[in-house]
Design a protein around this ligand. Structure first.
Ligand SMILES: Nc1ncnc2c1ncn2[C@@H]1O[C@H](COP(=O)(O)OP(=O)(O)OP(=O)(O)O)[C@@H](O)[C@H]1O
Ligand SMILES: [Mg+2]
Length: 417
């Protein structure tokens, strides 16, 4: 596999895939791949002067939220903050104590990346923090190993079984002490902890988690929490979790899709950085990128992912191709979208519904347009399609949520294609 992949990109003159769709990490190399977002980045820097509390970053699926936060973290790492090299991925039924342990785990790991593998060993409080992470990971406390992150950089220790209530109080103490010591010893201002993908939770679950996490986790001194969610997360919190909204610093940072020019620029930057030969060119035409921009409403991840997929698909059929014609690329794009939809349990009536939904954004109030008898009927349908990740939602204000079909649905179902 790997050698074939390498072969593909080398064939086009690159060291590796220039359009790798994974999020940018907290590093100098990746920071240089970031385009645009200057204003949002300045806003992040301004909000961070608080040294603690909560910053909210909002945006639609795949617009570049994680990458933006990591670039901002990289910049803050130059100004005395300890960044997190891993994000905490939320799930249903997550306990606030998981957040506390995950925060500690991520910071312990990041300190070792920044200051060397033995950074936690030179001091009692630092060592104890690391030890706690190691013990809870090994003990499988809470049964949720994965949220502790894979990094951790910890050697597994003997299991210590402890009741969760004891653990949470000990964990809080140790976390506070660990950060205090890390600040003193390495002159940090604060640590950053990132909670990612809050959009995976229903509004109700989000509100519950944050309400419960407020005092235990979000109010910890010396931690700057960054919460990443969909558009309207802040409005939901303001409306339904007043106590939490009061500890959020300023207004949320909204990430709109990058402009088409910026997408071209992002590709150009990568093509140059990843070129192994001077004449390296990404083998798809510029107007095809415009088309991807259009169907995905500017979702950069979808654009990178599909450009990558198309190259693999076409090269497998035509190994000596140099430039992939746009009409061929479009055929492959349609095939990939159809393949994805065909793997889902869609009924004929789901498909008719999607066809209607793909024509323009809609609200639950519009149920009659879909020939349904009530708002509830449309809401049920929407939930089902959202679970399959075919729709995304955007809260505009306390009362209004807008729904839109995702790119693959637009490709298969839009009339004007
Ligand atoms: N401003 C940018 N400049 C250059 N590349 C970017 C930028 N924003 C995002 N990207 C690239 O786009 C892709 C998707 O970004 P990212 O994973 O950060 O999106 P996301 O909004 O976090 O997605 P998700 O909704 O799945 O969490 C990555 O390959 C990333 O490198
Ligand atoms: Mg992300």
């Amino acid at each position: 596999m790997t050698s074939l992949d390498q072969g593909v990109w080398q064939h086009f003159g690159f060291r590796s895939n220039p359009l790798d769709p994974r999020p940018l990490s907290v590093s100098h190399q990746d920071r240089e791949l970031m385009v645009g977002r200057d204003q949002e980045n300045r806003k992040f820097a301004a909000l961070s002067s608080n040294d603690h509390g909560v910053i909210i970053v909002e945006g639609n699926i795949g617009v570049g939220k994680t990458s933006f936060v990591n670039a901002a973290q990289y910049d803050l790492s130059k100004r005395g903050f300890l960044p997190s090299h891993q994000t905490i991925e939320v799930r249903e039924n997550m306990e606030p104590s998981n957040l506390v342990l995950s925060a500690l785990s991520n910071l312990v790991y990041s300190l070792e990346l920044a200051k060397g593998r033995d950074a936690n060993m030179k001091d009692l409080s630092l060592r104890e923090g690391k030890q706690l992470v190691a013990n809870t990971v090994k003990g499988g406390w809470g049964g949720q190993l994965s949220i502790l992150g894979t990094g951790g950089g910890v050697q597994r220790q003997e299991t210590i079984e402890q009741a969760p209530t004891i653990i949470i109080n000990t964990a809080l103490q140790k976390l506070d002490k660990w950060i205090e010591r890390a600040k003193e010893k390495f002159s940090y201002r604060a640590g950053i902890v990132v909670i990612n993908n809050l959009d995976r939770l229903l509004d109700q679950e989000l509100v519950e988690l944050l309400n419960r996490a407020r005092d235990v986790a979000l109010l910890r001194p010396n931690i700057l929490w960054t919460l990443i969610g969909k558009v309207g997360t802040f409005t939901t919190i303001e409306g339904q979790a007043r106590r939490v909204s009061e500890i959020i610093t300023g207004q949320p940072i909204l990430l709109n899709p990058l402009s088409l020019e910026k997408i071209h620029e992002a590709i150009h930057v990568r093509v140059n950085k990843f070129a192994a030969r001077k004449e390296a060119r990404f083998p798809l035409e510029s107007r095809f990128i415009d088309l991807l921009y259009e169907v995905s409403q500017g979702e950069i991840r979808f654009i990178f992912k599909r450009l990558t997929d198309i190259v693999y698909e076409v090269v497998a059929e035509l190994p000596s191709v140099d430039m992939i014609p746009s009409d061929l690329a479009f055929k492959v794009l349609t095939k990939l979208a159809e393949q994805r939809l065909s793997q889902l349990p869609l009924t004929e009536s789901d498909k008719r519904m999607l066809q209607n939904m793909a024509q323009h954004p809609f609200r639950i109030k519009d149920y009659k347009e879909f020939k349904l008898s009530s708002q509830q009927a449309l809401l049920n349908r929407v939930r089902r399609l959202q679970k399959m990740e075919l729709l995304q939602s955007e809260r505009r204000d306390a009362k209004m949520v807008i729904y839109r079909t995702v790119a693959d649905v637009n490709i298969v179902f839009r009339k004007d294609k």
